[in-house]
Design a protein around this ligand. Structure first.
Ligand code: 5RP
Length: 271
């Protein structure tokens, strides 16, 4: 692997632990002002110190993240559709490699919609992005999107999607956690991170999912709503971090979550 590519991969996946906490903030690219990220800067700023990498679009990066921050960025470069349009899967490339380099990104991210009418188009978009990424030493995050069809998220479907992304040269694959998750990770030679999906009922559900994904071969998370839609997003990202980088068990991480939440409540009460 060339130095630039290896260096950028190390900015995404921490070489000391081999793991990563990526913070996904790209939802507005097709959902508009999503609940609790209506004002991106307010959501992002308190979480920045605890994310190894943030994943977002160039518009939110330029307007809502301080360029002096030491944050690593994985830039979403696919889109062109909306949740009220005819087909979420009909994505194209939205951002040039020149602009990604100008933004000093650690990586570039793109969704593929396998099993849809736009499978070929989105897979060829991914393949082309890998060609460009290899040329400039920029890793590509391939995202196995399911659009509104959340029920698709099973091991059979996701292992097919992840393997295809890896075969096309994707450097990191982002997918969903599911039952029999080791089938997904063993069949995919590229490192896998999990999305969180829609907000789960309890914090323990999120911590259990994170722990189990790592136990079954994921290298980390690229999580959004289950962090910043929580009433205590800083406590949540720190608890997830404690599992990913320090190997805490879900119950220990939950205790840690409660401690941070208490600390923050006290700070608010004391003005
Ligand atoms: C959408 C995405 C999101 O970034 C991804 O789903 C992660 O966010 P969440 O944890 O909220 O699911 O890639 O296609």
């Amino acid at each position: 692997m060339d130095w630039g590519m290896a260096n950028r991969m190390a900015r995404i996946i921490n070489p000391n632990t081999g793991r990563t906490v990526m913070l996904a903030l790209d939802h507005g690219y097709f959902l508009g002002p999503t609940h609790r990220i209506e004002e991106p800067r307010k959501t992002i700023e308190p979480l920045l110190p605890y994310a190894d990498t943030i994943m977002l679009t160039r518009g939110v990066l330029r307007t809502s993240v301080d360029p002096k921050s030491a944050t690593n960025v994985v830039l979403r470069v696919s889109g062109g559709v909306s949740v009220i349009g005819p087909a979420l899967s009909d994505e194209g490339l939205t951002t040039s490699i020149k602009d990604a380099i100008r933004l000093n990104v650690a990586g570039i991210g793109i969704s593929v919609f396998i099993g849809t009418e736009h499978e070929r188009q989105t897979l060829l978009n991914l393949a082309e992005l890998v060609n460009i990424g290899e040329e400039y030493g920029i890793p590509v995050l391939g995202i196995t999107a399911v659009g509104k069809e959340l029920e698709k998220r099973d091991a059979r479907f996701l292992s097919l999607c992840c393997r295809i992304c890896a075969e096309l040269g994707t450097h990191i694959v982002k997918t969903y956690y599911c039952e029999d998750f080791e089938k997904v990770t063993t069949g995919c030679p590229a490192p896998i991170v999990i999305a969180g999906g829609p907000k789960l009922e309890t914090e323990m559900d999120v911590l259990d999912m994170t722990y189990s994904a790592l136990q079954h071969g994921a290298v980390g998370v690229d999580m959004g709503r289950n962090i910043w839609q929580n009433d205590h997003p800083v406590a949540m990202i720190r608890a997830i971090r404690s599992i990913v980088h320090e190997g805490l068990k879900p119950k220990q991480a939950h205790e840690f979550f409660k401690e941070i939440k208490e600390e923050q409540n006290k700070k608010v009460a004391s003005g």
